[in-house]
Write a protein that binds this ligand. Sequence first.
Ligand code: CP
Ligand code: NVA
Length: 322
Amino acid sequence: MTAMCLAHVVAAPRVLMRHLLTLFDWSTDTIRDVYARSAALKEAFGRGERLDRHPRRVCALLFEKPSLRTRVSFEAAMTHLGGSTLYLGNDVGWGQRESIADFAAVLGNYVDVVVCRAFAHERVELLAQHSAAPVINGLTDSFHPCQALADLFTLQEHFGSLEDVTLAYVGDANNVARSLAVCCARLSVRFCLAAPKPYQFDEPFLERLREAFPQWRLEQTEDPYAAVADAHAVYTDVWTSMGQEDEREVRRQVFRPYQVNQSLMEAAPTYAVFMHCLPAHRGEEVTDEVIDGARSIVLVQAENRMHVQKGILDRILGQDES
Ligand code: CP
Ligand code: NVA
């Protein structure tokens, strides 16, 4: 991957891009620009440099669900860039003590950017609608755009380019799968989902994809072996996402044939890597042997969350620089 010089990316003309909610509203150029920033910042970090690009900028983290990676990688990223963070958790009463509109209008005047993790996607949309500060979706029941951006960046690093790359996602068509599909569509990466029919992408989402990306085709199958046959990456996520705990037993039964184990990895090409957004439910969607095996790049994915989020913050906060 070619790392762009930061002095150059800052001087380049930018299309106004305020929020990051789903990736449907981000262009391919915007993603490529974020990747160039991420690569440059990652390289600098590797040399021991923590570039003070956003001193005294403040990022608020508003989280309704638990988080390790998203929370800590944003906090570390913001600190490395010279700014600071406020972890608000879920005790500030947004939509409870006062309306989301009033809450957003006030919060957006205190901070420069808000990262929000919520159950209902509509809450993040409402926050963005009323916030003076840009809002970044840190996961909702419907989407996880920061995860998908980091994952495609990781694949680009691993294979040198995303050209002719195929990603096979084996498991629930959840928030992570949706964002991966949108990001793959944006970057022209082939995407195939293997899941039992009732757990595949729903028609409204498929329709939205068809409308936004008429040239791009998503494949869905019930056969995990067919899905991975020509994959560069075999990706899975938990069968039971946060908020679905009541369905755990049913899901464990239904998804059992979709476990990513040695036998499934052997059906993929030898160059295929294993990916997972983490946290994993070991022994359910993936075996220890696969997640700890030589083909697993899950820790690189997790590390890249921080580097790519620096790229995202740099792009969003950098808009005021020129
Ligand atoms: N992958 C991910 O978003 O992890 P966390 O839930 O720990 O943030
Ligand atoms: N699909 C998972 C992703 C966690 C990062 C969940 O929503 O719980």
